[in-house]
Write a protein that binds this ligand. Structure first.
Ligand code: 5AD
Ligand code: SF4
Length: 469
């Protein structure tokens, strides 16, 4: 048993990051384990988790398991979990309860959890004490060992726990079963070294580790050869890409190299304002295939709270960057993340956040009530904002956010925009504009997977409707 350790997860050392290209092995005894059996994976949380699930699915299919959409039909159930806020936690424990009931009638089911919650010491201790019906617990650094863990869980009938808390390395050549034939996630880095005081990610995902540029470019080139239309470059803090490599190769360089592969669309998430360079802005403006869409979390509009959050910028610095992005990248859309009710947030601090929203008029914002995560510095601060006040602030904030979301969308009425139609709907297709607006189009399915010119005929707060030009 290898349990998570919060103290180890906190540490950062200067050791060189190892790139391992041949770690994933699937031997003959293991590759038929799932023959005739079905698996179900449920994913919570961010795109990083979605992409990890694509790796997990490929590994399970290498072991001959077959995917099902319905948990009740599965022989193997995995929950790929998220630890970012309390409510994500609660949902997972609810599912663990449902699995218990299921196992009472089908005791041979193998069930487990992985992802960020598995990296939390307290969660694993609780599982070991109260949820002995689970067979597997493995962490974000242990995905490639799934075949061994699973085969041990099946043969030994004992719970297998393997969670590395250390720094982690960069693993290449992990198989992937992509959810889409048109859009792909591409990891460019793992982990985060920013340690914002509220955030658990640096503990669950480890030290910042960038993939080598050639491995990323090769992956994108392969996607181009398979006719993929869009890649999203993924990382917790993509603008810091390359800072941990000895290559003097930055996110701006990477964006340019990826643009030159001629993949039709490039996106990237998530940006931290601290590392957003002028070179990056210039490259985004220069290449038509880098989408004019920037997710730029501000978290709070109050300098006092930003300091308590450890965000390393002031609202003035954020606004300077925001203005530069708006001025230099034509037609850019900007979205953000905001937390309300951080410990010690006063009405004035919250008003400062509202003022920023009035200024930036975001295309969209993801808004959250602060949730104390055990082990983070903010969890030790006195949480002196009442739940009632937090809820009211969230309500007021969302009201302004929705107002600007609609106002921004209204500008699209009557305009013709390019949409990658990647999803089948009941009576049509849907997809996203270059600026990440969701569009529904009444059309037959012949255009599935294509970028088409669409005239916008109808506007809602969250989506647009249009017809093919
Ligand atoms: N409480 C509330 N929101 C959080 N986020 C991260 N940690 C917390 C927390 N402890 C939000 C931030 C981040 C987004 C992914 O989730 O806004 O940008
Ligand atoms: Fe969390 Fe801050 Fe890192 Fe984002 S940059 S993952 S908010 S610590």
């Amino acid at each position: 048993m290898l349990k998570p350790n919060l103290n180890e997860a906190k540490q950062r050392n200067r050791e060189k990051i190892l790139v391992k290209t041949n770690e994933y092995i699937i031997n003959d005894q293991i590759k038929d384990i799932g023959l005739g059996k079905k698996y179900f994976v449920k994913t919570y949380g961010c795109q990083m988790n979605e992409h990890d699930t694509e790796n997990i699915k490929a590994i399970l299919e290498d072991m001959s398991y077959e995917e099902v959409d319905n948990m009740e039909e599965a022989d193997l159930i995995l929950l790929n979990t998220c630890a970012i806020r309390e409510n994500a936690h609660n949902k997972v424990f609810g599912m663990i309860g449902r699995i218990k009931t299921l196992k009472e009638s089908k005791p041979d089911i193998i069930a487990g959890i992985c992802g960020c919650m598995a990296q939390e010491e307290k969660v694993v201790d609780e599982i070991l004490k109260k949820y002995r019906h689970l067979d597997l617990v493995f962490g974000t650094h242990n995905i490639i060992n799934l075949p061994n863990l699973l085969s041990k869980a099946i043969t030994s009938k004992e719970m297998q726990v393997e969670v590395l808390s250390g720094q982690g390395s960069v693993l290449e050549n992990i198989p992937v079963k992509r959810d889409s034939k048109y859009k792909a996630w591409v990891n460019i880095m793992y982990g985060c070294d920013k340690f914002c005081t509220y955030c658990i990610v640096p503990y669950t995902r480890g030290k910042q580790r960038s993939r080598l540029p050639e491995h990323i470019i090769d992956e994108v080139k392969e996607l181009v050869s398979k006719n993929y239309q869009e890649v999203t470059l993924l990382g917790q803090n993509v603008n810091a890409y390359g800072k941990d490599l000895d290559l003097e190769y930055t996110m701006a360089n990477l964006l340019e190299s990826v643009a030159k592969t001629n993949i039709p669309r490039i996106r990237f998430v998530t940006s931290h304002p601290w590392d957003f360079s002028d070179e990056m802005i210039d490259i985004i403006a220069k290449y038509d295939n880098i989408m004019p869409y920037i997710h730029l979390p501000i978290q709070s509009g109050s300098n006092r709270i930003l300091k308590l959050m450890g965000r390393r910028y002031t609202k003035e610095e954020y606004l300077t960057l925001f203005d530069k992005i708006k001025n230099k990248i034509p037609n850019v859309s900007v979205t953000t993340d905001i937390i309300v009710g951080f410990p010690n947030e006063t009405e004035q601090d919250f008003q400062d956040t509202l003022d920023i929203v009035e200024y930036c008029k975001y295309d969209l914002a993801y808004t959250f009530i602060f949730s104390a995560r055990e082990g983070t510095p903010a969890a030790k601060m006195e949480d002196n904002v009442s739940l009632e006040d937090k809820k009211q602030r969230l309500y007021k904030l969302n009201e302004r956010i929705n107002y600007y979301a609609k106002e921004n969308n209204l500008k699209y009425l009557g305009k013709t925009v390019k949409v990658l139609l990647d999803k089948k709907e009941k009576n049509g297709l849907s997809g996203y504009t270059e600026t990440m607006k969701s569009v529904y189009v009444d059309t037959d399915h012949q255009y599935l997977g294509q970028i088409k010119e669409v005239e916008i005929t109808d506007v809602r707060t969250w989506s647009l409707k249009g017809k093919i030009k």
